[in-house]
Design a protein around this ligand. Structure first.
Ligand SMILES: Cc1cc2nc3c(=O)[nH]c(=O)nc-3n(C[C@H](O)[C@H](O)[C@H](O)COP(=O)(O)O)c2cc1C
Length: 263
């Protein structure tokens, strides 16, 4: 098929998913390429229409083994017309569980045809020693290799069917949406009311008038506010967070491998 344009979309509060997806897209540098940053609240409210001869590459982190809820909402604004799509899940060395199968189902419902899928290991948001420094050079090389192979395959591809691509996961999903995280974001006395956390929160969970006022029912636990805070005033509720870190710690010494498939 003759592609006319490439889009790469990502939800990436910690920027690792963006890195992986942009490296896959870099194989298509001789095409017009447009990025869609789904971490941005306003971008997620926009409607997007994709044509048959365009390619969408979409990347999301596994959140509790599922697609992050804001991406599920954003996809309601996407309309494909038998548009080929490449699905990418990143994860912090534990598992993607049902992330890819959920992403696949959601894009097929919106008129896309999955032609490739991948999972890439990225440093875990909750424990930096878990897959620390990933994606590293080797991972990014593999992302480019995946992109090159996709480009070649799409050039030769004539007909393909939405259900053809096999991805890991089970339906009905085994994990709840949004994950189950028994800890919240809390704020200590070092808060200087600079409002950077309010600005960076991808779901507007932090009040615009009081950064200590956080709506835990919509907070994703993505850690954006912890990373941006200049005074380290934000933290996850200590005890349950430590318990989760302890559960993850056996995964720290293990180098899990990336995976991809092409239709
Ligand atoms: C709320 C939340 C849930 C997560 N759930 C999982 C998970 O189920 N499995 C896993 O291996 N990693 C999990 N992670 C780790 C992320 O998938 C991983 O760090 C990812 O690379 C973050 O992407 P980003 O840097 O683009 O935000 C989770 C991280 C967060 C913040």
């Amino acid at each position: 098929m003759q592609l006319l344009k490439i889009y790469y979309a990502y939800f990436s509060p910690g920027n690792t998913t963006e890195k992986v997806v942009s490296h896959i897209a870099s194989s298509f540098q001789n095409y017009p390429v447009e990025s869609i940053n789904l971490t941005d609240y306003a971008t997620r409210q926009e409607d997007y229409y994709f044509k048959e001869n365009e390619l969408l590459i979409i990347g999301v982190p596994a959140y509790g083994g599922r697609v992050p809820a804001p991406v599920v909402d954003a996809l309601r604004h996407f309309t494909g017309s038998n548009t080929p799509v490449v699905l990418v899940a990143t994860y912090g060395n534990r598992d993607i569980d049902d992330t890819l199968i959920e992403l696949k189902k959601n894009v097929i419902d919106k008129g896309f045809i999955p032609v490739g899928a991948a999972s890439f290991v990225c440093q875990h948001t909750f424990l930096k020693e878990c897959a620390e420094g990933r994606p590293d050079e080797e991972d990014l090389k593999m992302a480019r290799e995946f992109g090159d192979k996709l480009k070649e395959r799409l050039r030769l591809l004539v007909t393909y069917d939405a259900g053809d691509l096999e991805v890991p996961g089970t339906f009905p999903y085994t994990k709840p949406p949004m994950g189950e995280f028994p800890f919240k974001v809390e704020t200590n006395e070092y808060c200087i009311y600079c409002m950077l956390c309010t600005d960076v929160c991808p779901v507007k969970a932090i009040s615009e008038s009081n950064p200590k006022d956080i709506d835990s029912s919509i907070c994703l636990r993505c850690g954006s506010c912890l990373r941006i805070c200049p005074t380290q005033a934000k933290y996850f509720t200590e005890e349950p967070f430590k318990v989760l870190q302890e559960k993850l710690s056996p995964l720290c010494g293990v180098r899990k491998e990336n995976w991809y498939t092409i239709a």
